[in-house]
Design a protein around this ligand. Structure first.
Ligand SMILES: Cc1ncc(COP(=O)(O)O)c(C=O)c1O
Length: 393
């Protein structure tokens, strides 16, 4: 049986992490893997998470099964964080999922349960794992234009033009904020124009929000979702607590499905319960218990807002620092897009050969698309990083 299997190629990012770990050079810099880091290079447990964990340790009385939809108080709290009061609750079903990835996979199965399975249009480029998570579930993923690799801007006109040609009723995946990998999000007016087309073409918006609070703020980052929720009959939203609560390994996320009415919502809920049973039965509890403990307590919520704001500010500061340092060390090159982007990522915009030289000669690791994780930059390494980039240009 197993002898007939052939090995799969190693995941590019995991391979890069392994190479980075083995590299003995003390000045090496990891701009590859997508986790937040402090100026000390740590991915810390947030203080509010530690406090919530202490409370849970004291108060939890059972480890009995949760149920396929997860913890209702967690689902309600995240639903409100995402939608605020943009849509009536009876049209929404929110279920807890194993991370944002689990949510995307459950959404893919839900789409496949519907009478006409539509392709899911994805931005070009999109997060590389959208392909195995959605495509691996059997969905077709045609691209719509998004990023201009020469000018480092969003191809707004080309994107809107393509959206206008999508057959009625098909599904379109959008990134709510901190577009991964480009870091560039549509302006609010562009979201309004996108929504007009979504309404006119009767498209089904499927919004992935893995970084709420990392771009402009918790409410501002949900603008696209709340604006569309007011105007469209149906929508899917995948969200993740991996980044904004730093709960990467606890696997905490949600899938919210907005239906046209309460009766359809009840059917959706039964489908989601069925789908969870066919994949993982029930989501893990610990991370969601932490999030609901924080969001049920005003003081912990306010502390969380503070810690989230600190992460957001550090990313902004590092964007300024590297962009200024590159302006000094490589004045003939324009890296202004680094500060136009938000969140953890953006493209550096250098060639495959330059990426290889950065790794081999300077110990600076980034993935082959030239996507950089801004959280890998610190005040201590920024000069070396800018000198290394300038040297390979
Ligand atoms: C765009 C996007 N969607 C979803 C996710 C899912 O994250 P997780 O499964 O860790 O919650 C990520 C994580 O990097 C992401 O970048």
């Amino acid at each position: 049986m197993f002898a007939s299997l052939s090995p799969r190629p190693a995941d590019a990012i995991l391979g890069l992490i392994a190479e980075y770990k083995k590299d003995p050079r003390p000045q090496k810099i990891d701009l590859g893997i997508g986790v937040y880091r402090t100026a000390d290079g740590e991915t810390p447990v947030l203080n509010v998470v530690k406090q919530a964990e202490r409370q849970i340790l004291e108060s939890q009385t059972s480890k009995a099964y949760l149920g396929t939809a997860g913890e209702p108080s967690f689902n309600a709290a995240i639903q409100s964080l995402i939608f605020a009061d943009s849509v009536s609750g009876e049209r929404l079903t929110t279920v807890q999922t194993p991370g944002g990835s689990g949510s995307l996979r459950v959404a893919a199965s839900l789409l496949q349960q519907s009478a006409t399975v539509s392709p899911v249009w994805v931005s070009d480029p999109t997060w590389s794992n959208h392909v195995p998570l959605l495509g691996g579930a059997g969905l077709e993923l045609p691209p719509y234009p998004y990023y201009d690799t020469e000018k480092h801007v969003i191809r707004v006109d080309a994107m809107l033009e393509t959206l206008r040609t999508i057959p009625k009723g098909e599904t379109v995946l959008f990134h709510a904020c901190c577009h991964n990998p480009s870091g560039l999000d549509p302006a609010d007016d562009t979201w309004r124009a996108i929504t007009d087309i979504v309404v006119e073409r009767e498209l089904l918006p499927f919004i992935d929000m893995a970084y709420q609070g990392f771009s402009r703020g918790l409410d501002e980052d949900a603008f696209a979702i709340r604006h569309m929720a007011e105007r469209v009959p149906e929508m899917l939203v995948s969200s993740s607590c991996s980044k904004n609560f730093g709960l990467y390994r606890d696997r905490v996320g949600t899938l919210s499905v907005m239906a046209a009415d309460a009766a359809t919502s009840a059917t959706v809920a039964s489908q989601l319960s069925f789908i969870a049973r066919t994949i993982y039965s029930m989501p893990p509890d610990h991370g969601a218990a932490i999030v609901s403990t924080i969001l049920a307590d005003d003081s912990l919520t306010s502390d969380w807002h503070g810690e989230l704001a600190d992460m957001r500010q550090r990313l902004r500061d590092m964007r300024e620092l590297i962009s200024n340092a590159l302006h000094d060390k490589a004045p003939d090159h324009d890296f202004s897009h680094l500060v136009r982007a938000t969140g953890m990522f953006c493209f550096l915009g250098i060639s495959g050969e330059q990426i290889a030289t950065l790794k081999n000669d300077y110990g600076v690791y980034l993935v082959g698309s030239s996507r950089v994780n801004i959280a890998g930059i610190t005040p201590a390494n920024v000069d070396y990083l800018a000198e290394s980039i300038a040297a390979v240009l």
